[in-house]
Write a protein that binds this ligand. Structure first.
Ligand code: PDD
Length: 280
């Protein structure tokens, strides 16, 4: 596999990043995951806009323009022959001479840019066919979840707590209401209403979320953007999650409580179909 590191396309075994890189030492970095379908990038411009926002919020600079970034994405997809899967991109504040909590001078310490691809079936997934089971856990992440940083230890622990409990993923709860999934946005369906938390600093502004809500509105579905409790979710007709790597995936149980008849709901299945059709 060819990866991209700071201006060069290199075989993955030869790619190198400094041990002093602030991404490694401080999780001082941001990332994006863009899916690839039929060899084409989905919603690149949405991901690029969110990346620019993440960088701005953290006072970081991109070493390349967004046009150059698009070209790098395409080049890697091409070189690695990816037809279905994703492109991972990470920008960190680079490698300063020493470990220091203070940000280095950006003129002396250029940021680190890394991209790699991952081939993976996105359309035909077991999770989409059977739906996933989630557990609820406390959301103890920091307060700026709208910035897509590489601080992913707690989401990773959440996924492990779910596995230990015999489930697939976790929904995080704060002040009695659901924020989001460990790596996806969360939705419930009640009657003909789709309910999902409104945007703010408490959740990541999903690119898939924006697309799915747009398609749902165009299909005359009713949407309520507001907080919902885990109890409301357990009593919902159906539930689902969205992300670049899972598109729309049905949730069939929450904390062991089956939703509806315990199989993927009609709204989630329809939205997944619409999302895939419209993205192609
Ligand atoms: N995760 N919320 C969180 C906490 C996420 O990590 C993600 C994405 C989303 C969905 O965002 P989008 O629709 O733009 O992918 C919501 C990516 C896929 C990941 O970490 O692999």
């Amino acid at each position: 596999r060819t990866v991209y590191v700071n201006g060069a396309y290199v075989p993955e075994e030869e790619a190198r990043v400094s041990v002093f890189d602030r991404g490694f030492l401080f999780a001082d970095g941001v990332y994006e995951v863009t899916s690839v379908l039929d060899g084409k990038l989905l919603d690149f411009h949405g991901h690029a806009a969110r990346l620019e926002r993440s960088l701005r919020e953290l006072d970081m600079a991109s070493p390349v323009t967004m046009d150059e970034l698009l070209a790098i994405h395409r080049e890697l997809v091409e070189r690695n022959g990816v037809t279905e899967g994703m492109v991972y991109l990470q920008i960190t504040r680079g490698a300063a001479a020493d470990r220091d909590f203070v940000f280095p001078d950006p003129d002396k310490t250029p940021s680190t840019l890394v991209l790699f691809t991952q081939s993976k079936g996105l359309i035909d997934s077991a999770a989409a066919r059977t739906g996933i089971r989630v557990i609820s856990i406390d959301d103890i992440r920091w307060g700026r979840r709208d910035i897509k940083t590489v601080q992913l230890l707690y989401p990773s622990m959440g996924k492990m707590m779910a596995k230990k409990a015999g489930a697939d993923d976790a929904w995080m709860v704060e002040d009695g209401v659901v924020t989001e999934g460990t790596s996806n946005n969360a939705y419930i369906v009640k009657g003909n209403k789709i309910i999902t938390r409104h945007l703010g600093t408490e959740i990541l502004h999903g690119i898939t979320r924006a697309a799915v809500l747009k398609f749902a509105r165009e299909s005359q579905m009713e949407i309520e953007e507001r907080p919902f409790t885990i109890e409301e979710a357990k009593a919902a007709d159906e539930a689902f999650v969205t992300s670049a790597s899972t598109f729309v995936t049905p949730v069939v149980a929450i904390d062991g409580v089956s939703l509806g008849d315990g199989t993927p709901g009609a709204v989630a299945r329809r939205l997944r179909e619409i999302y895939i059709d419209e993205s192609r």
